[in-house]
Design a protein around this ligand. Structure first.
Ligand code: ADP
Length: 463
């Protein structure tokens, strides 16, 4: 019932009441007056009851609306139950319900967006921390917690001073909180396993409304991003070492060539015996130089990812027999027994025959080189865990355990001076490992000093 209709009804009722009272007042007849008074009394009583009912209903609905408004303030968007009334209060209730539904939809969308961003930030490979008021960590993702070694639950809410120990990073964060842009730095963490991170800090701008006049917008926090550069720094070091190693490797033969050439030109040319010897030394060093440059070129091609094996079916036994055949003269010159121990006829590898031969030649050359006269070298092949494994076993000088992994590094030699004398480049095993890995295989060594070594590499089978 609409309010205007109610007030009309109320007015009509009052007029009716006054008329009844007037009749009661002016009537001369006693019973007529009494009847009128009774009617008036009845009407007053009903009117009062009616008003009382209406008032109670009104205050209950107002209380309901007040309650809904309070719920809204606490983000409880349940609607106020509707009834059949269609007055101003009902309109207010409908408007409040519509506002609640709108707010619920917008809050839901905002929560969804926030959750999405949080999930993205949490899953990022970079470590991210947001530092807010009071220099406290407002948010940090999993990577950041892993880097600083403190869970997000512990770090969030703490002063950054208790979370990050590196003074240079703290300084960057403070400058970021003061509004400085484009802040970059580096930090190191970890003891045995040192890790290096690039640090970027940017201020989080506050809202312009909170800024007075022409004053710059005050930041409300700072974001610190940590990205790992350990590998980059390692590669830089490897490159520096490599350049130093190459220069060193080239310098030795070049110095000899220069020295002997100068000796020849200085008069030794006339010395028929020595001049020939000097020329031979120059040739040997030149050969060594060319071996080094050949190996370096090969290695750089492999490392540039240009090594693309031409995969074919490679019968393991045939591959070994040919390699043994080629190595036999050198083995015999050193009185070494070289033989094929065991290789199933049916063992077939999936690989590039030329590259696999290069690996085997290198292992055989090393075995011959590092096995004293009278020793034994055996080559075998077998199926192992779905791969074909070829092993070269010698009774040579062996390799100390601490150096067994390192011999696959470029230029690494157990006894550098002696190996160099023997004409080795220190690149053979490094090349072999690259080739084996390009085939999806593995190369490894088992060795004991004074007893011998066993180099084996596995290559997937050709099925
Ligand atoms: P190179 O033989 O040209 O020096 P490699 O990369 O082939 O280079 O080998 C690296 C080092 O590993 C060698 O200098 C040597 O010290 C050690 N090595 C390799 N093979 C053997 C072996 N069969 N027995 C003992 N030492 C070996």
């Amino acid at each position: 019932m609409r309010a205007s209709l109610l007030s009309k009804l109320g007015t009509a009722y009052l007029l009716f009441l006054l008329a009844a009272l007037a009749v009661a007042g002016f009537s001369s007849k006693m019973d007529l007056r009494r009847d009128a008074l009774l009617v008036a009394f009845a009407l007053v009583a009903t009117g009062l009851a009616l008003w009382l009912g209406l008032w109670k209903r009104f205050s209950r609905r107002v209380a309901e609306l007040k309650q809904s408004a309070r719920r809204l303030a606490t983000a409880d968007f349940r609607p106020t139950p509707a009834d059949s009334s269609r007055d101003d209060l009902a309109e207010l209730r409908d408007a409040m319900n519509a506002a609640a539904a709108g707010l619920e939809a917008r809050t839901g969308a905002l929560t969804q967006a926030r959750d999405r961003w949080t999930a993205i930030l949490r899953g990022m490979v970079e470590g991210i921390a947001v530092i807010g008021a009071g220099e406290r960590v407002a948010f940090c993702n999993d990577t950041f917690s892993e880097i600083i070694g403190m869970s997000a639950a512990r770090a969030e809410g703490r002063p950054i001073l208790e979370v990050v120990r590196q003074p240079e990073v703290l300084d960057l964060i403070r400058r970021g909180l003061a509004g400085e842009e484009g802040l970059r730095g580096e930090m190191e963490v970890g003891g045995a396993r040192r890790r290096v991170f690039g640090v970027t800090v940017s201020p989080v701008p506050g809202s312009p409304e909170e800024t007075t006049g022409d004053a710059p917008i005050r930041p409300i926090g700072a974001v610190a991003v940590l990205h790992e550069i350990t590998e980059l720094r390692r590669l830089e070091q490897v490159r520096r070492d490599f350049v130093a190693n190459v220069s060193h490797e080239l310098k030795t033969p070049l110095t000899s060539i220069q020295g002997f050439a100068e000796t020849l030109l200085g008069g030794a040319l006339d010395d028929r015996v020595n001049s020939r010897r000097f020329a031979e030394i120059i040739r040997d060093h030149a050969l060594r130089l060319s071996r080094i440059t050949d190996d370096l070129l090969k290695l750089s091609r492999i490392e540039a990812g240009k090594l693309e094996p031409e995969f074919q079916t490679v019968p393991a036994k045939e591959l070994i027999e040919r390699a043994i055949e080629a190595a036999r003269p050198r083995a015999e010159a050193k009185r070494l027994a070289l033989r094929l121990a065991d290789a199933p006829e049916t063992l077939r590898l999936r690989g590039d025959p030329n590259l696999l031969r290069e690996v085997l030649d290198n292992l055989l050359a090393n075995a011959i080189q590092y096995t004293p006269e009278g020793g034994r070298i055996e080559v075998s092949a077998a199926e192992e865990q779905g791969c074909g494994a070829i092993a070269v076993t010698d009774t040579g000088i062996g390799i100390p355990e601490a150096e067994q992994e390192r011999i696959f590094e470029r230029f690494y030699r157990v006894d550098a001076a002696r190996s160099r004398e023997l004409g080795s480049t220190g690149l053979g095993l490094s090349i072999a490992r690259h080739i084996v890995e390009a085939h999806g295989g593995r190369i490894e060594v088992k060795s004991e000093v004074g007893e011998g070594s066993r180099f084996s590499f596995s290559i997937p089978l050709d099925r």
